[in-house]
Design a protein around this ligand. Structure first.
Ligand code: ISC
Length: 346
């Protein structure tokens, strides 16, 4: 980021005014959106223009930052990433309680309460690094992700590098994706996927296809492919079509999908909220550009963290089915936490 761009953001932050800085996947520029006043704007019907920030729980308000000033800065991939010290937080208490939670979910899947549920946990670290420095490292490291830093004085500060798109809408053309199934990236060109991962991703695809049935014409479903997200790989299927309803109606059926909540929705949302033992807030919500010249580009808020009072809270989760092995599910969340941890200084 150029010095002028950085100092404009630093100034906005010092005035405690809302802003977002982000780089879309593979984009050659970084955008910054500044709101001129400290107002907390709530989405009413998705006809608003701004950068939306929505929570996991769709019953809670979604916010947007008004586009009073938009700045663009070329992405300098040559920017040196910050030197980092690996942070170890393999807390055995976290592990015991997460494994218990996964076992409880497997029991429910065996009883038929639900087919798949996405469970998660949060990890808290002391963090003295400046958020803008971390963002530069994220941008440098995760070319395929939406990398962002979001701030509102009345809500807080969040950062992430997410590989998952909620939707792209241009005019009435809609594209979305089913992203699920995880394995560590080890440099092999042809990964092999287990039955559990294939099934859990297929379930997300089927759910989205059924949800969009009433919303779009000419639904097209792509072949399923493996995509890389930093140190991980996922299975991805793209879905597209022509919207015959408005954006609000499409978002309503697409958030949350079983990539972040479960199937069926009501039972799994209840299970998540009653059993995870913490509030997800904006993790597994969504964020992005809403109605920028008839175009909306929204992403699911994964591989993210929240900054508060010198601490960073990282949020990670994974899909649980009857074929889940608790120890593997724990390890998957550890692997997912590396996306953020690898850029965090001690
Ligand atoms: C819930 C998360 O990931 C989702 C997206 C891709 C793969 C996932 C999985 O394999 O479980 C999750 O559905 C997370 O990163 O916290």
């Amino acid at each position: 980021m150029t010095p002028d761009f950085l100092s404009a953001i630093a100034q906005q932050l010092s005035k405690q005014l809302p802003f977002v800085v982000y780089r879309k996947p593979k984009a050659s520029f970084i955008s910054a959106i500044f709101q001129a006043d400290p107002k907390l704007n709530t989405i009413r019907d998705f006809s608003e223009t701004g950068f939306v920030f929505a929570p996991f729980d769709a019953d809670n308000p979604s916010y947007f930052i008004k586009t009073d000033t938009i700045l663009k800065d070329p992405t300098h991939y040559e920017t040196a990433p910050i030197a980092y010290k690996k942070v170890e937080n393999i807390d055995s208490e976290d592990k015991t309680s997460y494994i218990k939670l996964v076992q409880k979910a497997i029991t429910e899947t065996n009883k038929g309460t639900f087919e798949k549920v996405v469970l998660s946990r949060s990890i808290v670290f002391k963090c003295a690094v400046k958020p803008l420095e971390i963002l530069q490292s994220l941008i440098h490291r995760y070319e395929n992700a939406l990398c962002y830093l979001w701030y509102h004085p009345k809500v807080g500060m969040w950062m992430g590098a997410t590989p998952e798109k909620l939707l792209h809408a241009e005019g009435n053309r809609l594209t979305t994706m089913s992203l699920a199934g995880t394995q560590k990236y080890n440099g092999e060109n042809t990964p092999t996927w287990g039955e559990k991962e294939r099934k859990e991703q297929q379930l997300v695809t089927e759910y989205i296809a059924a949800a969009l049935k009433e919303q779009v014409n000419n639904l097209e479903i792509s072949e399923t492919e493996t995509v890389r997200a930093g140190n991980l790989r996922h299975l991805r299927t793209k879905l597209s079509g022509t919207m015959n309803h408005n954006l609000a109606s499409v978002i309503k059926v697409l958030h949350p999908t079983p990539a972040v909540c479960g199937m069926p929705l009501a039972a799994t949302k209840k299970f998540v909220m009653e059993n995870e033992g913490y509030e997800r807030k904006f993790y597994t919500g969504y964020l992005g550009e809403l109605n920028f010249k008839k175009e909306s580009d929204l992403f699911v808020n994964l591989r993210c963290m929240e900054f508060s009072g010198g601490f960073a809270t990282i949020y990670v989760g994974g899909g649980i089915t009857k074929d889940s092995v608790p120890q593997n599910e724990w390890e998957e969340t550890v692997a997912k936490s590396r996306t953020m941890l690898d850029v965090l200084l001690n």
